[in-house]
Design a protein around this ligand. Structure first.
Ligand SMILES: Nc1nc2c(c(=O)[nH]1)N[C@H]1C(S)=C(S)[C@@H](COP(=O)(O)OP(=O)(O)OC[C@H]3O[C@@H](n4cnc5c(N)ncnc54)[C@H](O)[C@@H]3O)O[C@H]1N2
Ligand code: MOO
Length: 401
């Protein structure tokens, strides 16, 4: 088993073994946040006919500009009611926004530039041929690919699918993720705290991150640092595509997670990432199931979820955009304790003078969950960087929310 590897190597190693989850057909009304497993191609033009963008009059304009025109109004065309009556040279139809342009007409003049008396309309400002006509297929042409496989469906995307009349789409099944927090010191919320114990918070932070990302989550009650208890808990998660554990990841006698995963039948792909926080992470594979053992330290668990687990879960879930992108930020504070390992610092993003400034959370300890509140960024400080200076440019990535 490899140990102390770079984040990118760890990602590549796991991503290479990932198989996407199966697909299913869902109604578009239930497809918000789901990931498309098909390209969506339009079978129609949108709009399906040339239409008026205004309330006004439609007629047959000529290039010759004239001061005012008097035309005979032959009918009214509301939206939804196409007219087959051909517009003659001195004729017009009263037309409303969204209504189809009738045959023979080639322009629309807005209501405000006209006056109708009886069946005669005076057009004070004649327009040129083609004015105010939305052409058929202006937005979408028949055969256009509107959305590609791997796209995560947002409200406008669902609206677009509806606009071309599609009611069912093929999407990837939501991945099922099992969560297990280990540690003999852990108690559940609602119980009164015994000496030497702390409340389990990791199950709650990770459950929220997973739900926000659109996954199905099953949370197992906390277990002690005993291998037997951990094995029994893992047995309950055989339906999960991915299992995330926290705690017991490091080097002490009670850090039993790697041993438990091995006994459970996992092949361990690596142990330890060359970064902080979250160094003692490991990943195991058993058939199609992946097991992420993360540090029990609450902030470290969240950061490792962002850096390592999220891209892999997103790939599994079918997302085309599963890789995190880095961009430059300017440091608003200094940081002395950079050290030999690559380090990800939690920071608030502040826009000032056209740049994103990274305003560091005041405490950066692996156990300090409060540092995640209001933090938008993980600033990527390279190994052996030395102290970080105010005003320095560094790479960073968003913490997804
Ligand atoms: N001798 C060494 N000791 C440690 C090393 C090392 O290299 N040599 N690594 C340190 C680093 S780095 C980390 S990170 C931690 C990781 O420890 P574990 O993953 O084994 O986690 P635990 O010891 O179980 O817990 C760490 C910390 O977090 C608290 N915790 C655990 N689970 C929860 C939870 N569900 N909710 C809230 N808080 C939790 C736990 O009580 C501990 O305080 O190891 C270092 N040690
Ligand atoms: O790798 Mo640990 O999360 O720094 O304390």
């Amino acid at each position: 088993m490899k140990t102390m590897i770079e984040l990118e190597e760890a990602l590549e190693m796991v991503l290479a073994n990932i198989q996407l989850v199966e697909t299913e057909s869902v109604s578009i009304a239930d497809a918000y946040g789901r990931v498309l497993a098909q390209d969506v191609r339009s079978k129609i033009d949108m709009p399906p006919f040339a239409r008026s963008p205004l309330d006004g009059y439609t007629y047959r304009a000529t290039e010759a500009a004239s001061k005012a025109l008097n035309l005979k109004v032959i009918n009214e065309i509301p939206a939804g009611f196409p007219s087959k009556q051909i517009i003659g040279v001195d004729e017009a139809s009263k037309i409303f926004t969204g209504a189809p342009i009738p045959p023979g007409a080639n322009c629309v003049v807005r209501m405000e530039d006209t006056e109708q008396e009886g069946n005669q309309v005076t057009i004070f400002r004649p327009v040129r041929p083609g004015s105010n006509i939305v052409p058929k297929g202006e937005e979408i042409k028949e055969g256009d690919i509107l959305l590609e496989r791997g796209f995560c469906l947002t409200p406008p995307a669902i609206g677009l699918i509806a606009a071309v009349g599609v009611n069912q789409v093929e999407v990837f099944r939501r991945p099922r993720v099992g969560l297990l927090s280990t540690g003999s010191e852990l108690m559940d919320v609602g119980e009164s705290l015994n000496p030497g114990k702390i409340y389990n918070s990791n199950s709650y932070t990770l459950r929220g991150m997973l739900r926000q990302a659109g996954f199905e989550v099953e949370v197992i009650p906390t277990v002690s640092d005993q291998i037997e208890d951990t094995l029994a808990a893992l047995e309950k998660l055989t339906e999960a595509d991915v299992v995330i554990t926290t705690g017991g990841a490091s080097v002490g006698e009670y850090d039993i997670m790697r041993q438990a995963l091995t006994q459970f039948g996992c092949e361990m792909l690596f142990w330890k990432l060359n970064l902080k926080p979250g160094t003692p992470a490991s990943v195991g594979q058993k058939g199609k199931q992946f097991f992420f053992s993360l540090s029990g330290n609450p902030a470290a668990a969240m950061v490792t979820f962002e850096l390592l687990v999220r891209p892999i879960l997103f790939k599994l879930a079918g997302h085309a955009a599963y890789k995190a992108k880095e961009f430059q930020v300017r440091m608003a504070n200094s940081f002395e304790k950079s050290g030999k390992q690559r380090r990800f610092l939690r920071a608030q993003a502040v826009f000032k003078d056209g740049v994103i400034w990274a305003d560091l959370a005041s405490a950066q300890g692996s156990g300090i969950l409060r540092s995640m509140i209001g933090s938008h960024l993980l600033v990527d400080v390279p190994a052996n960087h030395g102290s970080v200076k105010v005003g320095e440019l560094l790479a960073a990535r968003w913490i997804v929310d």
